[in-house]
Design a protein. Structure first.
Length: 287
């Protein structure tokens, strides 16, 4: 074994890669007072393969949206694309009837932070930016991802927030390493957003996923480096920061109880990836 690099588990052994059982490595970190995941949050090889099948369908659904989305289309038409493609390929749209959500996908435009409800009267127009958030159940396994789409000629401010959001997610992915911490991801995202004059929504974040739509842990994007839960091989969660032009504060539509708006009417953008922590790094499952 090479002895030039510290063990990832931090046990003090100078091995490039630790061959200590995962449970023992977790115990070492827990004894230091760190937050470690429960064994139930670590997916088995069989579960990982089945979740990857769901993730592949989820990505294909977003690809289908990308092929057809255009100015003049209603968000209800996007919903129909998602429903038709998902069910045709044996899946179920996870948002449909989830806690009363009435549609198969979330479509959030401009100053909508998330959970926008598709509607036949909401028509995409020149200059809009829209987040399409697709979640899929296949054979009982869950997956999730969202993309930003820009409609025609958008303003410079809209271009910039979408670009910085892409950069934030890329930095979050780069900071995610086995035996690191969720706070490492948060710090990378939040520091880049703030350096560019943006804020990150604090009270809505990512989540564990795979066996259920929303599992532990809650994934914050505003916590310090080195804080929050340990990243252990087998963990699966989403990286999906919501980047606001102005204040991170928001409010929920009183009429539909779902759509989240920026408090100051500023633009908001979000991109969501679903990732698996492996022994060697992070594997992106959806995008």
């Amino acid at each position: 074994m090479e002895r030039n690099a510290p063990c990832w588990c931090g046990s003090g052994k100078k091995y490039k890669k630790c061959h200590m059982p995962v449970e023992e490595q977790m115990r070492i970190h827990a004894d230091r007072g760190e937050i470690v995941p429960t064994r139930s949050l670590l997916k088995t090889p069989h579960q990982i393969e089945k979740i990857k099948e769901s993730a592949a369908l989820n990505t294909a659904v977003l690809d289908a949206v990308a092929e057809k989305i255009c100015i003049g289309m209603s968000t209800a038409e996007i919903d129909q694309i998602v429903y038709d493609f998902t069910t045709k390929h044996g899946g179920i749209p996870a948002p449909l009837n989830y806690e009363g959500f009435p549609k198969s996908v979330c479509t959030s435009l401009n100053n909508e932070v998330c959970h926008g409800i598709p509607d036949k009267d909401i028509i995409l127009k020149e200059g809009d930016i829209i987040n399409v958030d697709v979640s899929t159940i296949l054979d009982g396994y869950f997956s999730d991802a969202s993309r930003m789409f820009t409609m025609g000629n958008i303003s410079d401010r809209a271009k910039r927030i979408v670009k910085v959001t892409e950069e934030c997610v890329a930095r979050g992915l780069a900071a995610a390493k086995p035996w690191g911490h969720l706070g490492d991801i948060a710090y990378a995202i939040n520091s880049h957003a703030q350096a560019n004059g943006y804020s990150v929504v604090e009270d809505i974040g990512g989540h564990g996923i795979g066996l259920e739509f929303h599992e532990d842990p809650f994934v914050s994007y505003v916590t310090p480096k080195g804080s929050e839960m340990l990243l252990v091989p087998g963990m699966m969660f989403t990286i999906e920061p919501m980047i606001n032009e102005g204040s991170p504060d928001f409010f929920v539509d009183e009429d539909n109880g779902w759509t989240v708006y920026t408090m100051d009417d500023g633009l908001s953008a979000q991109i969501e990836y679903m990732v698996l922590v492996t022994e060697n790094g992070i594997e992106i499952l959806t995008k």
